[in-house]
Design a protein. Structure first.
Length: 471
């Protein structure tokens, strides 16, 4: 368990940095909690900047800002000594085995006070640099966390209840996942990047699925107009036709959801490796397979399929019984009025956002550019029935002229006269490919553009430090 102090509010009104206890106040809290039944040890945890130098060069470490600790904090971690002993004086240090030094070797560590030399007393099978508690108290006088180690046969809930009574309003006790409040900022940053990426991938999947299901069913319904007209001729009501179309979509969504869930479980290890290679998850990121997310995804698959088929079901109910007597059908209009409106709105919005990308401030330029790309992809998908005819004429004209068979002529005639059918196949491909390309660039955008965007806001400001400042 962790005892944490109060948190200060940032400029947005939300809780942010911890307000450290003084050394004397933290010592008093330790004394008060030390007599709680079941508490095997109550330990002050100090975290401060520490970065080793090997051959005159610093070892890169995103967690260097909080890598230094007092040796007593090692009791709060799962790490153990591999070699050597604990630091017994202010000149000794325990380092991770990954640093590549052995007990007795000298090592230079950059601290808030500057680079200092220490003697390695031991190596650890984990992260962090551990100094004598007296050194840690000098480097980090304030205390932001106190750990409580429970005895093996004690009840966590009982310890928490009794500890809260003695702690009062001086802080709060965190257990389980709530202890993540103390995780390093770079870990939270990576997790947020990973969450954004996975969320974008999920949104892409949902959006593309709606397009694929809707376009596929629209194509299928156009092929079955005579069948639907025959059903209407023998007495089928519009509600029965609607339920038939939506039922088919639900069945497709159920089968697709089950197959997708199984494929997702099989592909999860590969996705984990990808996220780690992209540095958008903490190094200890692990997989856990649970049943409820799989059931949820299957349910979402059915729901998305029904949503994609809703417009098709409405048009199917308007098929007249006379359609059963027709042997051919000619498209009266390439798009519905609602699709025209949605496509033009997306196109105007995309063009407007593109203009804003070149004129807006640096703090919102990246988000504006991403929004412009998304709107233009949506517009291309919605307006595909209008533009696919002229594009087909241009692309197929040289092929038809150079071909001696009638096949290319038939292909060209089909594409130019049945633009809605051709667009039903092309629109999902446009959406899927467009968003896949956009998503593949999101990682580079988040990794490079956002830091540059923040740096741009600081242009013109100066920071003066003394020569040789640590870090």
């Amino acid at each position: 368990m962790l005892v944490l102090p109060a948190q200060a509010q940032n400029e947005f009104g939300s809780k942010a940095d911890f307000i450290p206890w003084s050394a004397s106040r933290a010592g008093q809290i330790v004394d008060d909690l030390g007599s709680v039944p079941g508490a095997e040890a109550v330990i002050i945890d100090r975290s401060f900047y520490a970065q080793p130098f090997i051959d005159g060069a610093p070892i890169e470490d995103e967690g260097a800002q909080e890598a230094g600790h007092g040796w007593s904090s090692a009791q709060l971690k799962p790490y153990r000594l591999i070699s050597g002993v604990a630091p017994s004086n202010s000149a000794e240090i325990v380092v991770p085995s990954s640093v590549g030094v052995s007990p007795g070797d000298p090592v230079s560590v950059n601290l808030a006070s500057g680079i200092e030399s220490f003697t390695v007393s031991g190596t650890l099978d984990g992260e962090g640099f551990y100094f004598a508690d007296s050194v840690a108290a000098q480097l980090d006088p304030g205390v932001r966390a106190i750990g409580i180690v429970a005895s093996p046969d004690s009840s966590i809930d009982d310890i928490v209840r009794k500890a809260e009574q003695r702690l009062g309003d001086r802080g709060r006790i965190a257990t389980g996942s709530d202890r993540a409040a103390l995780e390093p900022e770079f870990v939270s940053h990576r997790r947020n990047l990973g969450t954004q990426l996975v969320t974008a991938m999920s949104a892409l999947g949902l959006f593309t699925t709606v397009f694929v299901v809707g376009s596929t069913l629209a194509l299928a319904m156009s092929e079955r107009r005579r069948e639907i007209g025959l059903l209407r001729a023998v007495g089928a009501s519009p509600g029965q036709v609607r339920r038939m179309v939506l039922g088919e979509a639900a069945a497709i969504g159920l089968v697709g959801g089950l197959v997708g869930a199984a494929f997702g479980v099989a592909a999860a290890p590969a996705l984990r490796i990808l996220l780690l290679n992209l540095d958008v998850q903490p190094p200890d990121f692990e997989l856990r397979i649970s049943l409820w997310p799989l059931l949820l995804t299957v349910g979402i698959g059915v729901l998305v399929a029904v949503v994609g088929a809703w417009a098709v079901a409405r048009s199917a109910t308007r098929v007249a019984p006379i359609e059963a007597l027709l042997t051919a059908a000619v498209e009266r209009r390439p798009m519905t009025r609602s699709r025209w409106v949605a496509g033009l709105v997306a196109l105007i919005g995309g063009v407007g956002a593109t203009v804003l990308t070149a004129t807006t401030g640096s703090d919102s330029r990246i988000n504006t550019a991403i929004g412009a790309a998304m709107l233009l992809i949506v517009a291309a998908s919605l307006l595909a029935p209008v533009v696919i005819g002229p594009i087909a004429r241009i692309v197929t004209w040289p092929l038809e002229r150079g071909s001696r068979s009638a096949a290319m002529m038939l292909v060209r005639a089909e594409l130019t006269t049945s633009t809605r059918r051709a667009a039903a196949t092309a629109a999902p491909v446009i959406a899927a490919v467009g968003f896949a390309v956009l998503l593949s660039g999101m990682v580079q955008t988040m990794a490079a553009a956002y830091p540059s965007e923040q740096a741009e806001q600081l242009r013109g400001l100066a920071l003066v430090t003394s020569d040789g400042t640590a870090g």
